[in-house]
Design a protein around this ligand. Structure first.
Ligand code: NDP
Length: 402
C-alpha cells in the first residue's frame, strides 16, 4: 500500500522499523536512514530478508534530504530523529511533495523551548502542496491526544479538567540513564513547568509542584508537574477545558543525579571553551550516558500512561473518567528488543503512518492527532501491542474547584 522513509535509527526508530516490517500489507517498502549508517544496518540485519533498505543522511541538511527522498520516492516520511530536525525534514517534504509524521515538536538547538508555533506555521504551505503533516504521534504527545479525542467523542458533552499522568515504574539497573534521547529529556525536565488554568498559562519553577498519584497495577508514585507539548494543542482543540496539566514520575535516585549534574553545570546548553574547542556540556553529557536503545535488556517493571478527565457526561451529569495503557519493559524487549518508552512511542508512530497510508486520516495541511477520528486508531492500539482500559466515576487524586 505504501513506501515509507523512516529517519532516525535510535530507540524509537528501532521500534517503528520493526513494527512497520511486521505489517507488509500496509508498509510494502521501508527505507531506514540516519546519521550513523551502521545503526541502520544493525536494525535491518536483525529484521533480515532484505526487507529494510538503509541509507546515511544528515537530516539537518535539506538538499541531502531532498536528494534522498527524490531517489527513493516514498509516500510518507516518518521522522523519529530529534526535534531539531523537524523543520528541515518538513522543508524537504514540501519540496518533494511527500507526507510527513513526527513524534515530538520542533525546538531550536540554542534555546530549550518547545512549542507548536513553528510547525503550525507550515499549514497553508502543506495545504497548497496537497500534502499532510501529522504532528506528535508518539504516546505523549500522541496517544494522550487520541485518548482525549475519544473521551470527547464517546463520553463527555463538556470536558473541564484534564490531567495526563505518566509513570515509568521500571528499573534498568543503571545508576542514571534517560529513557529517550538524554539531551532532549534533560532539556525538557530542567525548564520551567507550565500548566493551563482558566484561559491562562501558569509558569512554575522546575519540578516545584508534585504529589503522589496512584497508577494501575503499580501503586502510588510521586509525580511532578511538567509542561508537555500536547497541552498546547489539546487546550486549543478542546476549548471547554478549564485546566490541563501533565504529571510525570521520577525516582529519588534520578532526581539526585539530575540535581548534582545541574549544580556542576553539566546540563547547560551554553558552549564552553575547552582545550581550544567549543563544547556544549549537555551534548558532552549525552555522549557519556547510556543510549536509550541500549536499555532494554533486563529492564523490569512497566510504564503506565493515561488521561484523567472530569466534566459533564453525555447525559449532562458529572463524570470522572480514566483511560490508560500499561506497557511491560520485558514484553517490549521480547517483541522488538526495546524498552517500553521506545515501544510506547514507536507503535503509535507506526499506527499514525498506517492511518495516513490507508486514507483514514488524510487531508492536506498540518494537524495534531486529536483532530482526527480517534476510533480506528484506538482499535489499532489494541491490535498492535498497546491495549487500553477505561474506568468511570472513580475518585481522581486531584483537587477541583467547587
Ligand atoms: P535516540 O537518541 O535514541 O535516537 C535519535 C536518532 O536520531 C539517532 O539514531 C540519531 O543518530 C538520529 N539523528 C540525530 N540527529 C540526526 C541528524 N542530524 N540526521 C540524521 N539522524 C539524526 O532518541 P529516541 O529514539 O529516544 O527519540 C527519538 C525521537 O522520539 C525524539 O525526537 C524524542 O523526543 C521522541 N520521543 C517522543 C515520545 C512521545 O511519546 N511522543 C517519547 C520518547 C521520545 P545517531 O545515532 O548518529 O546519534
Amino acid at each position: 500500500m505504501g513506501k515509507v522513509l523512516i529517519i532516525g535509527a535510535g530507540g524509537v526508530g528501532n521500534v517503528v522499523v520493526k513494527k512497520c516490517a511486521m505489517n507488509p500489507e500496509i508498509f510494502t517498502d521501508i527505507l531506514l536512514a540516519s546519521r550513523t549508517l551502521s545503526k541502520c544496518e544493525a536494525i535491518a540485519n536483525e529484521i533480515g530478508g532484505n526487507r529494510v533498505k538503509t541509507a546515511q543522511v544528515d537530516a539537518d541538511n535539506v538538499p541531502q534530504l531532498v536528494a534522498l527522498i527524490e531517489s527513493y520516492r516514498p509516500d510518507l516520511v516518518i521522522n523519529v530523529a530529534l526535534p531539531y530536525q523537524d523543520l528541515p525534514i518538513m522543508d524537504a517534504c514540501l519540496q518533494t511533495g511527500v507526507h510527513y509524521l513526527d513524534t515530538a515538536n520542533y525546538e531550536p538547538k540554542e534555546e530549550a523551548k518547545f512549542e507548536y508555533s513553528w510547525q503550525w506555521a507550515y499549514k497553508k504551505r502543506f495545504e497548497a502542496r496537497g500534502i499532510m503533516a501529522l504532528l506528535g504521534c508518539g504516546f505523549d504527545p500522541g496517544v494522550t491526544g487520541v485518548f482525549t479525542a475519544y473521551a470527547a467523542k464517546h463520553h463527555f458533552s463538556e470536558m473541564h479538567y484534564l490531567d495526563i499522568v505518566d509513570c515509568n515504574a521500571g528499573s534498568h539497573g543503571k545508576a542514571f540513564a534517560t529513557n529517550f534521547n538524554p539531551e532532549i529529556n534533560i532539556r525538557e525536565i530542567t525548564q520551567n513547568g507550565k500548566y493551563f488554568e482558566n484561559g491562562e498559562w501558569i509558569e512554575i519553577p522546575p519540578m516545584s509542584i508534585h504529589q503522589p498519584i496512584p497508577y494501575p497495577n503499580i501503586g502510588e508514585r510521586e509525580s511532578y508537574l511538567l509542561f508537555h507539548e500536547e497541552l498546547e494543542s489539546l487546550t486549543k482543540n478542546f476549548p471547554t477545558l478549564k485546566r490541563a496539566r501533565f504529571w510525570m514520575t521520577f525516582g529519588q535516585q534520578y532526581i539526585t543525579h539530575l540535581q548534582v549534574l545541574q549544580n556542576v553545570g553539566m546540563t547547560s546548553i551554553k558552549p564552553i571553551r575547552y582545550n581550544g574547542m567549543d563544547i556544549v556540556p549537555l551534548e558532552f553529557l549525552k555522549a557519556v550516558l547510556p543510549e536509550p536503545s541500549s536499555l532494554g535488556e533486563n529492564y523490569t517493571g512497566e510504564t503506565s500512561i493515561g488521561c484523567q478527565i472530569k466534566g459533564l457526561g453525555k447525559d449532562g451529569k458529572d463524570l470522572t473518567y480514566f483511560v490508560y495503557n500499561n506497557c511491560s519493559h520485558a514484553a517490549s524487549f521480547k517483541e522488538v528488543q526495546a524498552q517500553a518508552v521506545s515501544y510506547t512511542t514507536g507503535v503509535p508512530a507506526m499506527i499514525g503512518a498506517m492511518m495516513m497510508l490507508k486514507g483514514e486520516w488524510m487531508r492536506p495541511g498540518v494537524y495534531n492527532v486529536e483532530e482526527f477520528n480517534p476510533d480506528p486508531f484506538m482499535d489499532m492500539l489494541n491490535k498492535h501491542g498497546l491495549p487500553w482500559h477505561e474506568q468511570f466515576n472513580i475518585d481522581l487524586p486531584f483537587e477541583y474547584p467547587s
